[in-house]
Design a protein around this ligand. Structure first.
Ligand SMILES: [Zn+2]
Length: 66
């Protein structure tokens, strides 16, 4: 997969790629609460972190669909 260049919207500096994380829906419902209707089970996301303000940015990890 590609690592994209993401700039922090607050600091306007490149965010650091932190890899992918599997999030269990229902436990980490802070961010994904409103997405529950189209997701089920666990969700794999790519995580970016701003080295300055520690803002986290999540992107849904796309699996290869046949
Ligand atoms: Zn920042």
């Amino acid at each position: 997969m590609k690592v994209r260049q993401i700039n922090c919207p607050y600091c306007n500096i490149p965010m650091k790629y932190r890899g992918t994380e599997k999030i269990q829906l229902g436990k980490s419902n802070i961010i994904f609460e409103h997405l529950e209707h189209w997701l089920s089970g666990a969700l794999t996301v790519s995580i970016y972190e701003c080295p300055s303000c520690n803002k986290l940015e999540f992107f849904k990890y796309k699996k290869n669909k046949g």
